[in-house]
Design a protein around this ligand. Structure first.
Ligand SMILES: CC(C)(COP(=O)(O)OP(=O)(O)OC[C@H]1O[C@@H](n2cnc3c(N)ncnc32)[C@H](O)[C@@H]1O)[C@@H](O)C(=O)NCCC(=O)NCCS
Ligand SMILES: Nc1ncnc2c1ncn2[C@@H]1O[C@H](COP(=O)(O)OP(=O)(O)OP(=O)(O)O)[C@@H](O)[C@H]1O
Length: 199
């Protein structure tokens, strides 16, 4: 029986950081953000829909989607964000399920689905247990502004487009507190995997 872990958090809470730590245990990770980039490549059906909905202005010179521009548009307008979600989420979900099932079929002991919007989109049914990468709001804002060079307004728009980490904490099976150092988070993950008999 494969154990399917749903790894989630909020923007800049440290999902990618923790997700990389699973490598140390040779546990495969399916990354929703990565798939979200693949399903909007020019030969994919979602690409055409995005161009029709948001206009050619959203394209770079090489005709790929200008993610920075599209992000500025959708995170400033809830209705537009919903439109983008309706175009890309079904395609992302389908590809994640295919990948998860391939790992299960191959008899993998454990597989991780790294999904930022796991709780927002009520995707708990895709996984056996959920792990939340948690930080305090002030740490989240600080790390986001530093990583992406956003102004405070831009960073807050993105944070507010998601369920708060406090709300997510009520829904998660387990929490990794990522307020401390990366090493401290690694220790928590290692302990968890031992407890679950995965390592
Ligand atoms: C708006 C887009 C073009 C901005 O691209 P950009 O390269 O700047 O950001 P990236 O995709 O790396 O996402 C960074 C983080 O933003 C947050 N985020 C992304 N999309 C969303 C969304 N629809 N709603 C809320 N938060 C989101 C997540 O925490 C994610 O980890 C892009 O995020 C996108 O296509 N989003 C829709 C797809 C989606 O929902 N992806 C999230 C994983 S399912
Ligand atoms: N424990 C930590 N100590 C210091 N910095 C950290 C820690 N964890 C993560 N960071 C830094 O905070 C930023 C956000 O982390 P990360 O990119 O892993 O978040 P994320 O949840 O994957 O974000 P996103 O939702 O945008 O993909 C990065 O610059 C990362 O290096």
């Amino acid at each position: 029986m494969t154990c399917v872990i749903g790894l989630t958090g909020s923007i800049a809470s440290g999902k990618s950081t923790v997700s990389l730590m699973f490598d140390e245990f040779n546990i495969p990770v399916i990354d929703a953000d990565k798939i979200a980039r693949q399903v909007v490549e020019p030969d994919e059906p979602a690409y055409k829909e995005i161009v029709e909905t948001f206009g050619e202005d959203m394209l770079r010179k090489d005709r790929t989607i200008d993610r920075k521009k599209l992000g500025e548009v959708v995170f400033a307008n809830k209705e537009k964000l919903n439109k983008l979600n309706a175009i890309v989420h079904p395609a992302i979900r389908k590809r994640m399920i295919e990948k998860r099932d391939a790992y299960i079929k191959a008899g993998e002991k454990c597989v991780v689905l790294d999904i930022p919007l796991l709780f927002e989109n009520k995707l708990q049914h895709l996984v056996d247990r959920t792990v939340l990468v948690y930080v305090d709001e002030s740490v989240q804002l600080e790390r986001l502004m530093k990583r992406d060079h956003f102004t405070e307004i831009e960073a807050k728009q993105r944070i507010n487009s998601q369920l708060s980490l406090k709300e997510k904490a009520k829904l998660a099976d387990v929490i990794i507190d990522n307020n401390g150092s990366k090493h401290e988070s690694f220790v928590q993950l290692e302990r968890l995997l031992k407890e679950w008999g995965i390592i």
